[in-house]
Design a protein around this ligand. Structure first.
Ligand code: SF4
Ligand code: SF4
Ligand code: FES
Length: 685
């Protein structure tokens, strides 16, 4: 166990592990020491001097080596100079004064100095209202300046670093947080300082510029409005927006996110999403997210969103009432045993998939998972066990990544695996092509496409003695790869930080497999002559052969958020709500079930997928819960052993995480949201 040391900060006692930095020890007992360059996820550099405090240590008699006493207490000696709280580790008996006259004077002077060259364009700055410089100036800064306004430094404003991120040079306080994030956290050192003194500038040195899928995170941790996103610039003020907790639906990582929304006149009085920020979950995405998750959610606002139910009349889709479409759909599904195929994708949520599976079972039909990886069933048996946290992997652990490019397929897993390798985990990569993770691998096996399984088998002996073993597998087109990967982790079931992870094409493929959906296999053959209920998938748009197969189906019912090519072929079209408009839960590739909440009102007459299926099932005399997502989760937990014990209440549970971040102290961790809506729960093994 790490040795604990006890110290006093501003009169309060703190007991923390040896090596803790003063700034973090203070945070743990609720004392905020102002910082700019320090960030709890990066090594300290002591550049800005904002965190200067008085530090005293017990005086030791050199002759005896004993503490010198002052009455019944050890005598404390204060050095002549202030020390930076962000670089100084605590020691036994230390006394820290962050509010003394000397410390406050220095904190004030640093702010005065930073403001000598700051444009003070707070009224038009995107960071206004959530700006550490603004907040710390109010709390610690001077009320006036001795510097001459006309001598402020001026630079070209609004420089596009790339098409996503903008730089305002005048606002930069040269804390280097952005540069250090790119170098140390993202592992992509594409930003740098250029020039000296007041001319110091942030530049990007990559081609294409700012070549990083994590670039948006720099705008969260920039303590001023120097870095902003093209997506949100001049979009809204922070205090005008509401926050809704959600889960990113774009890959199987399941990053915790927050939607900021606003009801606005320019959108016709509608509530609209203005931006997405990460939400802290140290077991999933820490306080980061990738640019895809941050910027690619606007599909929910597309013009081809379905807002009304429709039925086909004389070869044309026409708007109809919900009663009419539910009648029509149930009439078509009322067919002979074995004639119904429910085809759904992992874009759906646990509650929707469970209801669809019940419908398929009730009708004696098949529930097929659209367009996933071969071998999915194996992760329900050998998937990573409860308690797994990639953040715990380090020395003694082995991570295998086979036939997957995590950087593009599941970017935050790329970050987490990279960090585990930096902590000492052995990383083995087996892939046909080079990936950005390769440079962290201890063993790199380049194989031909489709041959990853054979290579994984050859390496099996290497992993036998690993304390922990996590195996990521992607698409090399064969079931054999999943089988070979499963073979590696057999016998480790139930052990945290051990097991398989499928790098699925969609966010909830794992949930679909756990609920009992089967990989689709030869889909064209399965669809011919059947009554097909296609949900959240567009096979006709993806593959002309599947379009032909659907044309030869007996009837087609489509439930989607868009008027897809498949929907155009359908007899009945059922408009579903987007994930931003409803609640539900996903199961991530790490088998963690996580809950999301509505951010905006639903579009038109659309309904949640689980509710639509329940309406159809009721018409067919089947008992399927559809009153709320929470009640469907209860039914799911009662029916599927992996989900046993889960409820929306459990999924909403939180506990304290480190670093402590919050909206009141944005300077500490950045603009990420604190997680008060649920850290998620692993499925049972
Ligand atoms: S752009 Fe922001 S994060 Fe980067 S050095 Fe300047 S102030 Fe710091
Ligand atoms: S890593 Fe995946 S889940 Fe996380 S933000 Fe990116 S796309 Fe979304
Ligand atoms: S020197 Fe400590 S926060 Fe910058």
């Amino acid at each position: 166990m790490t040795k604990q040391v006890t110290l006093t900060i501003d009169g309060q006692q703190a007991t923390v592990p040896e090596g803790t930095l003063i700034v973090n020890a203070a945070k743990q007992i609720g004392i905020d020491i102002p910082v700019f360059c320090y960030h709890p996820k990066m090594e300290p550099v002591g550049m800005c001097r904002q965190c200067l405090v008085e530090v005293g240590r017990p005086v030791v008699d050199r002759a005896t080596g004993q503490a010198v006493m002052d009455g019944d207490k050890p005598k404390i000696g204060f050095g002549p100079k202030l020390e930076t709280a962000c670089t100084t580790p605590v020691s036994e008996g230390m006394v820290v004064l962050s509010q003394s006259e000397k410390a406050r004077a220095s904190q004030k002077e640093i702010l005065e100095f930073l403001l000598t060259s700051h444009p003070l364009d707070c009224p038009v700055c995107d960071k206004g209202g959530e700006c550490p410089l603004q907040n710390l100036t109010m709390a610690y800064g001077p009320s006036g300046s001795r510097f001459i306004f006309d001598e402020k430094h001026h630079a070209e404003k609004h420089v596009a670093l790339d098409d996503k991120i903008w730089l305002d040079r005048e606002r930069c306080i040269q804390c280097a947080r952005c540069i250090r994030f790119q170098e140390a956290v993202a592992g992509e050192p594409v930003l740098a300082f250029y020039q000296r003194g007041r001319d110091t500038d942030i530049i990007t040195g990559s081609e294409p510029p700012f070549d990083s899928i994590f670039s948006g995170n720099t705008t969260d941790i920039c303590p001023v409005g120097a870095l902003t996103t093209a997506d949100f610039r001049f979009g809204a003020r922070p205090w005008e927006m509401k926050a809704a907790a959600s889960i990113c639906p774009l890959c199987p990582v399941g990053c915790n996110i927050t939607f900021n929304t606003r009801r606005e006149a320019k959108s016709g009085g509608k509530v609209v999403i203005k931006r997405v920020l990460p939400r802290q979950n140290e077991g999933v995405n820490e306080i980061w997210m990738c640019d895809r998750g941050r910027f690619d959610w606007r599909f929910v606002e597309r013009d081809d969103r379905l807002a009304k139910p429709m039925v086909k009349k004389n070869g044309r889709l026409e708007a109809a009432s919900w009663k009419k479409v539910v009648d029509e759909a149930s009439e078509k599904l009322r067919s002979k045993k074995g004639e119904v195929v429910v085809l759904a994708s992992g874009r759906l949520f646990n509650e929707d998939l469970f209801n669809l599976k019940q419908l398929a079972d009730g009708l004696g039909g098949e529930a097929l998972l659209y367009d996933s990886l071969p071998g999915g069933q194996l992760t329900t048996n050998f998937g990573v066990s409860a308690g797994t946290n990639l953040g715990d992997l380090g020395k003694g652990s082995t991570i295998v990544v086979a036939a997957s490019d995590l950087y593009h397929e599941a970017p935050i897993w790329h970050l987490r695996v990279k960090q585990a390798a930096e902590r000492g985990a052995a990383l083995v990569i087996v892939n046909a092509e080079a990936t950005r993770l390769d440079k962290y691998a201890g063993q790199l096996v380049r194989c031909k496409k489709g041959e990853a399984a054979k290579k994984v088998k050859e390496l099996a002996g290497v992993f036998k003695n690993a304390e922990n073993l996590v195996v990521f597998f992607g698409a090399d087109g064969s079931f054999a790869l999943a089988e070979a990967c499963a073979e590696l982790v057999k016998g480790r079931t139930g052990r945290p930080n051990n097991g398989l992870v499928g790098v699925w094409p969609r966010a909830n493929d794992q949930g679909a497999l756990e609920i009992g959906f089967k990989p689709a296999g030869d889909l064209a053959k399965s669809l011919k002559g059947k009554t097909v209920y296609v949900v959240a998938a567009d096979p006709a748009g993806d593959d002309p052969k599947l379009a032909e197969a659907l044309k030869s189906a007996k009837s087609v019912i489509v439930q989607n958020i868009f008027l897809t090519e498949t929907a155009k072929l359908a007899d009945v079209v059922l408009p579903a709500q987007a994930f931003t408009e409803r609640e539900g839960s996903y199961t991530s590739g790490e088998r963690r079930v996580q809950r999301f909440y509505p951010a905006t009102p639903p579009l038109g007459e659309s309904k949640a997928d689980y509710a639509i299926t329940a309406l159809i099932a009721a018409e067919l005399g089947l008992e399927v819960e559809g009153r709320s997502a929470g009640l469907v989760m209860e039914a799911l937990a009662a029916a599927v052993p992996a989900f046993a014990g889960l409820s929306f209440g459990k999924l909403a549970e939180v506990r304290e995480q480190w670093p402590i971040i919050g909206r009141a102290d944005l300077y500490y961790g950045g603009a990420s949201y604190q997680n008060s809506q649920g850290l998620g729960v692993h499925l049972n093994s």
